[in-house]
Design a protein around this ligand. Structure first.
Ligand code: NAI
Length: 401
């Protein structure tokens, strides 16, 4: 149970790049990091591609004017000169900027928390992993839904054999906000998402399904994909070569099969993030529209709905509990749980406590690289005519994933 008491010796001095006034995801980072004033303290930022707007915004959310910087390079250089300079930075900018900012941050001796999809290529991911190792720093990735603790309940139940052997994995992350091309012309956040120079090799596969793929690996760490087939479409033709819809079929090494549907043209859909795992004798199902509930369906018995915060849940799930039973938790708590784990990881790294680090389950650099490889495999299949391809996995998977 979490109640805001400190889990690390003192709050970390934290800055953001991006996530400014008009940014979509910046507030989620602040909700997560600043949920308890014992983990992070926002002391600096280069919040916006437009420096004046960034400064005005920074001051408005309580950052001192002198530490609202015009760009990240100035911020890293200036903060390095201060006794009380920043220790960790979050990167909440469009995809195409992540690599250079992440590299500069590590070279400046900072821990990094970066948005997904982490980079364009797994080679870039391996470069940053090597640099982080050399600098002895953490790189965390904000798969923000993955802090929903009912996912840890799924992980525990699968591990304990409560559904038997996994046969079918059914994943979905879809919405309908891009069913027509209006926002392609009017929304800055949508314009870059369909520009391969900024978004990378995919649209919805990277934007949406990297979350779902990570969550599937979180709850089933033993399940490795052997082969996959991806078929991707651009229903709005001007988005080509980037897809606004994709289907992926998976074959796992243990003989299980899976499918994933990701889409931004699922018109009218408002609750499209779903994970269903079918085992030999039971199934588990979770939707992000009802994150406090987990359906447990045992063949031949009444369907059970497990409810968040109840004492019958696994201790791993209860460890991330905040509000107690009778009250709903949601995306804000999920982000807060992820950010708290980033803080604990950074603190352990600073103390050189590798044992604590290896026991911590959180989205680390390997999870970020795994997301890139997921996209690479899907795109390779789709662009060869939606053919089955052998899954090229992470060279070295983290012990915590
Ligand atoms: P956005 O376009 O809404 O906002 C981008 C922000 O970054 C703006 O404030 C912009 O001024 C700023 N910016 C751009 N370049 C900059 C630079 N060089 N230096 C400083 N600031 C800069 O984009 P959105 O939707 O917020 O996405 C940002 C990232 O977050 C993307 O990688 C996206 O995939 C990811 N994302 C993740 C979500 C999650 O749940 N984890 C949800 C939404 C987006």
């Amino acid at each position: 149970m979490l109640n805001g008491e400190r889990r690390i010796a003192r709050p970390l001095r934290w800055a953001m790049v991006g996530g400014g006034r008009l940014g979509q995801v910046g507030y989620k980072h602040r909700i997560g990091a600043l949920r308890d004033n014992t983990a992070f303290q926002l002391v600096a930022g280069a919040f916006d591609i437009e420096p004046e707007r960034g400064k005005d915004f920074g001051v408005n959310i309580g950052v001192s004017e002198g530490r609202c910087y015009p760009d990240y390079k100035t911020m890293f250089a200036s903060e390095a000169l201060r006794e009380d300079g920043i220790e960790v930075v979050s990167i909440a900018t469009p995809n195409g900027t992540h690599y250079e900012i992440c590299k500069a941050a590590l070279e400046a001796g900072l821990h990094v928390i970066c948005e997904k999809p982490l980079f364009f290529t797994s080679e870039e991911g391996e470069n940053i992993k090597a640099l982080a190792k050399k600098k002895d720093k953490i790189v965390g990735v904000t798969y923000g839904f993955s802090g929903n603790q009912m996912l840890l309940q799924m992980r525990a139940m699968i591990e304990q054999g409560k559904i038997g052997d996994i046969r079918v994995v059914d994943l979905q992350y879809t919405h309908g906000f891009n069913s027509n091309d209006k926002s392609d012309k009017t929304s800055d956040a949508q314009k870059w998402r369909i520009d391969p120079k900024v978004a990378g090799p995919s649209f919805v596969l990277g934007d949406l399904s990297t979350h779902t793929y990570y969550m599937s690996q979180l709850i089933m760490p033993e399940m490795k994909i052997k082969r996959l087939l991806c078929d991707r479409q651009s229903f709005i033709e001007s988005r080509a070569p980037l897809e606004d819809n994709a289907f992926v079929m998976m074959q796992y090494e243990n003989g299980a099969v899976g499918r994933l549907w990701t889409s931004s043209i699922n018109a009218g859909c408002m609750d499209g993030h779903r994970i269903r795992i079918v085992g030999t004798n039971a199934s588990l199902e979770w939707w992000d529209s009802k994150p406090n509930e987990l359906r447990y369906e045992v063949q031949g018995e009444s369907i059970q709905t497990l409810i968040r915060a109840m004492p019958y849940l696994d201790e791993a799930c209860m460890a991330d509990e905040r509000l107690g039973a009778l009250h709903q938790e949601g995306l804000s708590e999920s982000w807060a749980n992820i950010y708290l784990k980033f803080a604990i990881a950074i603190d352990a790294k600073n103390r050189k406590d590798e044992e604590a680090l290896s026991n911590l389950v959180y989205p680390d650099i390997d999870a970020g690289i795994a997301g890139i490889r997921w996209i690479e495999n899907c795109v390779r299949s789709a662009d060869n005519g939606a053919v089955w391809v052998e899954f090229e996995a992470n060279k070295e998977l983290s012990s915590t994933q």
